[in-house]
Structure formats: C-alpha cells, structure tokens
Design a binder for this molecule. Sequence first.
Ligand SMILES: NC(=O)C1=CN([C@@H]2O[C@H](COP(=O)(O)OP(=O)(O)OC[C@H]3O[C@@H](n4cnc5c(N)ncnc54)[C@H](OP(=O)(O)O)[C@@H]3O)[C@@H](O)[C@H]2O)C=CC1
Ligand SMILES: CC(=O)N[C@@H](CCC(=O)OP(=O)(O)O)C(=O)O
Length: 355
Amino acid sequence: MNINNMASKKIKVGIVGGTGYTGVELLRLLALHPDVELTAITSRGDAGLPVADMFPSLRGYVDLSFSDPASANLTACDVVFFATPHGVAMSQAQVLLDANVKVIDLAADFRLQDTAVFEKWYKMPHSCPDVLRDAVYGIPELNRDSIKSAKVIGNPGCYPTTVLLGLAPLLEQGYIDFSAPIVADAKSGVSGAGRKAEVATLFAESSDSMKAYGVAGHRHHPEIHAQLTQLANADIQFIFVPHLIPMIRGMLSTIYVKLTDAAQAVDLQALYEQRYQHERFVDVMPAGALPETRSVRGSNQLRIALHKQQAAGYLTLVVVQDNLVKGAAGQAVQNMNIMFGFDERSGLEVLPLLP
Ligand SMILES: NC(=O)C1=CN([C@@H]2O[C@H](COP(=O)(O)OP(=O)(O)OC[C@H]3O[C@@H](n4cnc5c(N)ncnc54)[C@H](OP(=O)(O)O)[C@@H]3O)[C@@H](O)[C@H]2O)C=CC1
Ligand SMILES: CC(=O)N[C@@H](CCC(=O)OP(=O)(O)O)C(=O)O
C-alpha cells in the first residue's frame, strides 16, 4: 500500500497464531480499529473453524474463519503479526518483506541483535540475521522515530517492557550508580505462559500458590541487559527474578536502584512526570502511590510509582501493566499505528476493567 493513501484506506492485517492468548488479544483490539481490515487469522489445527466459534467474545465483531498458515494469503496483507512461539516469524519474514509486507513479531526472533546470545537462550540458530539487523526493538516510548520507518519490529518481552520503561528516565540522565547491581523482582499472571497445555499452569498447580522461577537465568535477562546497556551506554550489572502468581492477567515489577550523588539532589518525581508527560500509555502516579495490576487490566496502560527507599541513596520503582496488552498485543498495535502513520492511540483507548 502506498503510504500516502494510508489516512483514507484501511490496511489489511494478518495474524499468524490466532488461537493463542496474544492472538486473541490482537483480535480484540484490532476488531474495533478504524484503520484495519482483518484479512487472515491462522491456526494449524483449527483451519476452517469460524474464529467466533472458538472465541464467543468476538461474535458479531470478527466474522472470519481460521486458515492454515501454509495456505493463508499473508502476502496480500500490509502487515502480519506473529503471535507464535519463537522461531516461526524468522522462517517467514523474508518472503513477506519481499512482498512488501511489514512484520511485527511478538516472540523473540527480532529482539536480540547478537545472534550468539539469541542462539544460547532460544536453543536454535537464527535463520535470517540480515533481516534481524534492520529490525527495530518496539518500545514506542523509547524508539518511536526508528519504529516509524521500520519494516520489522521485534515486539519486546512482557517483563522487559516494565523494567525498561521503569528505568529509562534515570538511565537517560545518568542518575544510576552502577557500583551496585540493579535488581528487578517481577511477578506475572499465568496467561504470560500462553494457552498451550502445561502442567505448571493447570488450575490445581497455580491457582493457590506462588513461586519464583528462572532464578538461575531467564531469557528476558539478556534482552533487558542489552537494552539497559544501550540506554546507559555502559555495561551494567542486573539481577532479575520472575515469579508466577495466581492471577490470570497482570504484571508487577519492583525495581531497586542505587542513585548517584547528583540524583539525590534532584526531584525525581518531576523528572518522571516530565519525561512521560506526552506519553498516553505511561502514567506516572503520585510519589509513594501503590499501583495495582487491576488498575491496568485489559488496557494498554503502564503505571509507575517512585518510592524513596529506607536504605540511603536507593530508589524503588513499582511498575504495573497487563502482560497481554502493553506487555504484548497492545504494544504491537501501538507499533503498527506508528509504522503506518495512524493516531498512536487508535484501537487502544480501552479503559481498564474493574473490578
Ligand atoms: N502471553 C504473554 O503474556 C506474552 C507472550 N509473548 C510471546 O508471544 C508469542 C505468543 O504467545 P502466546 O499467545 O502467549 O502463546 P500461545 O501458546 O497462547 O499461542 C501460540 C499460538 O501460535 C500458534 N502456533 C504454534 N506453533 C506454530 C507454528 N509452528 N506455526 C504457526 N503457528 C503456530 C498456535 O496456534 P495453532 O496451534 O492453532 O496453530 C497458537 O495460536 C510467544 O512467542 C510468547 O513468548 C510475548 C509477550 C507476552
Ligand atoms: C508467566 C510466564 O511464564 N511468562 C513467560 C514470559 C512471557 C513473555 O513475554 O515471553 P517471551 O519473551 O517468551 O515472548 C515466561 O517467563 O516464559
């Protein structure tokens, strides 16, 4: 599609992996997007099934049926979202790019520029390093200008979005004392693990319990580390521990940082408010507020609160988001809006659901 026509004409959108949690979340957001025509939604096992038969929440809004990924007419789209496991998008990206189709991958295929690091953590070779080189890491509040002209977006992991947006204002000003490691203690609802059947996410295993996991190493550590290093222009020590908690959606990250002497004389609350004042989807709450995951459920909002820590010189940040929205599908739609010159808020002005 010619970029000059974009304001008037709907773009054709394909979703590979329409039966998973981020896939159905993309459908929920895109079904009401004024500039989008849903064109192809894939499933390997349920090709031919009307989407609304699997997801009654979409009855009356999505009248397409699933198509098999091998026969779906994805090259007729303007953009294709991959809401699939790691490794799927990179196997198809070049064919789509050759057909002038933009790609937004919700998995990790285009997040890590260092292919050796990707291969170590994802246990597979990277099949298209050339495409990766031109891909943009899709956090609009940090990379908006690059996203505008991107053809391929590596949509961030859910945990990294909370940590990076939580720390960006301090890193940009050089206000973190790197003599102590940055610590991020993060919690996710079970939808973060996807819809596929797994013992760990069975009701009886996860509904009345809480656990840390990936303590020895989680694949979001190198993703966060790479972005922090870039933002800080310095190598930093970073400790990250994710936890699974008994709720369906939502993510809360508590981040502990040591401040430089200079930062301790600064009004950091004012710094954060100023840094994010024009960002529709980042809310800096009043100093000392206690953000709750239910305050963002179903919305693309991410909320941050600053707390001066009892230990001298430390700051604690509490960040919440919905892992399926700002942590995945909502951020992907925000990226699409920027890539196609739409209003960044289109399809995303959804209020959080409470209670
Ligand atoms: N859940 C979350 O909170 C977040 C997830 N992500 C990432 O987004 C991606 C999707 O996650 P999520 O929706 O939770 O995962 P799900 O397990 O819920 O869904 C995966 C989807 O991929 C499809 N699929 C699986 N293998 C293939 C394949 N080889 N070719 C084509 N389609 C395939 C499945 O459909 P079918 O079997 O019908 O073909 C299904 O629709 C993952 O990479 C995940 O890491 C990122 C941020 C947050
Ligand atoms: C609760 C839970 O299991 N969460 C997932 C992270 C979801 C996500 O963002 O994953 P990707 O980086 O794989 O896209 C996990 O820790 O594996």
